[in-house]
Write a protein that binds this ligand. Structure first.
Ligand code: ZN
Length: 409
């Protein structure tokens, strides 16, 4: 059976930009390899969730991997925590967290504490403590990021964020979203944890040193995205595909781990514009010997657009194009199936995710080609895939392998 390499370029889609002569970054980029794949493949546009819905990266990934977020999503926390390597248990409530800087009136001055080098010393202070018989698990991520999990009986994810999501705003108190005793109990635990963390953090020698050096101290823990782990069937159970994931950023590793994919490491794969994407593609080709489905995630297309850096996004797409060149011979010989798309559009002019469809190409074994010869938002409008829904993509790819489940007989 032919293996599938499933490449997600986060926030790939974009809108026409004046400075790019009213082209999108993908259209303006020089992409001979992606264009060759479009020639050897079929193209189209994908609604990763539903027409008109602006997707977050977490729900968009669930949807394009065939897991309906309406059933499988209760907040981003569990996916982040899992991506940091925390083994979640049923009943756990997980959060995304930031180390932040507040002033003495609890106004947020810096949501990322000056992108502090590491949250490790602070995570260590919280990891393992107990509040009213609820255990706290804390694990450091990159820079200011920290995952927090509450473990114990009677917890609920129906609680609000502590993070106001903006600077110059006061921190929020965690509130129950309903009248249940579980939600009230959990909100009270969160507030106790935050207050306790503040007391510990502000006295930490590292923060005293930061203040002395005129750096923002990491004196506050902002948590958000509370969620519980839903009951997932593994990717193998659902599709019968042995799968692996190559990703730099925590969220995507977390989703993959929860779906039972093997997480593989590539040195220098960091989710940033200087990520080792050449190494990622090389690794993906290597993994086709052992796995049926290799999920490759590349993040910076999204982050550059969120910073309004459309020219950098364009150049980054050109870098990706160079990196995928080794896939071409496999595609031309129909030795594997390659799918390239994004999880949503990130409009560089608006600096947000939008509901605009995302270009998609599928090339290689079993593909009926269309007449599109360039990979881009406009050329893909004429593609043979038409407008495909995210939730149908994996079934479409499995059909190419010739092994989908027969409906009826
Ligand atoms: Zn995304």
């Amino acid at each position: 059976m032919k293996p599938i390499i499933f490449i997600i370029l986060d926030g790939l889609g974009d809108r026409p930009i004046k400075e790019l002569n009213w082209q999108t970054p993908l259209e303006a980029a020089q992409t001979p390899n992606l264009d060759a794949m479009a020639q050897f493949g079929i193209t189209g546009l994908i609604h990763t969730i539903e027409r008109g819905i602006r997707p977050g990266s977490d729900v968009a990934h669930l949807s394009i991997l065939g897991y309906d977020p309406r059933h499988y999503y209760s907040g981003r926390g569990p996916f982040e925590a899992s991506g940091y390597g925390i083994q979640l248990q049923s009943g756990d409530i997980a959060f995304r967290g930031n180390l932040a800087t507040t002033n003495d009136k609890f106004i947020v001055v810096d949501r990322r504490a000056g992108r502090i080098e590491s949250s490790e010393p602070f995570a260590k202070l919280l990891n393992g403590i107990e509040i009213d018989q609820v255990k706290v698990i804390a694990k450091a991520g990159l820079n200011h990021r920290i995952a927090v999990v509450l473990r114990g009986p009677g917890l609920s994810d129906q609680i609000t964020d502590v993070d106001p999501h903006l600077v110059n705003k006061p921190v929020l108190r965690c509130q129950p979203k309903n009248d249940s005793s579980q939600a009230k109990f959990t909100a009270a635990i969160v507030n106790k944890l935050i207050d306790h963390a503040h007391k510990l953090f502000k006295e930490h020698p590292l923060n005293k040193k930061r203040v002395k050096n005129k750096q923002p101290p990491a004196n506050y823990l902002l948590v958000r995205g509370a969620g519980k782990l839903m009951n997932f069937k593994s990717f193998f159970e659902v599709y019968g595909l042995k799968s692996a994931c190559i990703a730099g950023a925590g969220l995507y590793k977390g989703i993959a781990r929860i779906l039972g994919m093997e997480i593989t490491d590539v040195s220098g794969a960091n989710g940033k514009p200087d990520s080792n994407i050449v190494g990622k593609i090389k690794k993906a080709i290597e993994l086709t010997k052992t796995y049926d489905f290799i999920f490759v995630h590349i993040k910076a297309t999204d982050s550059l657009a969120e910073d309004g850096k459309f020219a950098e996004k364009m150049h980054f797409i050109e870098k990706i194009d160079d990196a995928i060149a080794p896939l071409l011979p496999f595609v031309k010989n129909r030795r594997l199936i390659v799918s390239v798309t994004g999880d949503h559009t990130t409009a560089s002019d608006l600096r947000i995710h939008t509901a605009d469809e995302v270009p998609i190409l599928v090339a290689g074994f079993g593909v009926r080609t269309d007449h599109v010869e360039k990979f881009g938002e406009r050329p893909c409008q004429r593609g043979g895939l038409g407008h495909i829904q995210g939730r149908n993509l994996i079934d479409f790819l499995i059909n190419l392998r010739g092994e989908s489940h027969l409906y009826g007989n």
